[in-house]
Design a protein around this ligand. Structure first.
Ligand SMILES: [Zn+2]
Length: 170
């Protein structure tokens, strides 16, 4: 039995909770370009932001700033999914950690959710996280109601709220 991937619409709230519970044990791929021990102008957002991958050899975002739809293996594991091809990450997260041993810098590879499959056995905790993800897709961020249908991505809010806005604009 294989359920469909949750798609791009995991709520920001769920993503945050997943990130907060990630185990932070992942490392960059072996052979990745060496991480500078320190760079000038060291604000982490600037220092770790390299979406083009020119500095780190792979598109890189600071912790918590990954584009939607990209997840670390820990985050995928949390909802019972795994990358189809673990050797083909599309980017990495980079953050400062006192537990890191590479100059206090840690990384975790990122995979697109659309290139993942559900693990054969999902734990009750993973199933619960998945259920929350599905519920979140049906919950309007504006009126906070679970409207029973998936919030249209092009609107970002439920149809009732969208029609209210339409009337206000008109
Ligand atoms: Zn609404």
């Amino acid at each position: 039995m294989r359920r469909t991937a949750p798609g791009h619409a995991l709520s920001a709230q769920l993503r945050t909770s997943i990130r907060n519970t990630a185990t932070h044990t992942e490392r960059g791929a072996a052979g990745a370009s060496p991480i500078p021990v320190d760079t000038p102008g060291g604000h982490p957002v600037i220092r770790f932001l390299d979406p083009g991958g020119t500095r780190y050899g792979i598109p890189t975002w600071p912790w918590g700033m990954a584009p939607s739809g990209l997840y670390t293996r820990s985050q995928l594991r949390e909802i019972g999914f795994r990358p189809v091809s673990p050797g083909d990450p599309v980017g990495q997260l980079m953050w400062r950690s006192h537990r890191g041993d590479a100059g206090g810098i840690r990384t975790a590879l990122l995979y697109p959710i659309i290139q993942t499959v559900q693990r054969a056995t999902a734990t009750p905790r993973q199933m619960a996280a998945l259920d929350r993800a599905h519920a979140a897709r049906k919950t309007c961020p504006d009126c906070r109601e679970n409207v029973g249908y998936t919030i249209p991505a092009h609107l970002g809010i439920c149809l009732d709220c969208a029609s209210l806005y339409a009337k206000r604009v008109a």
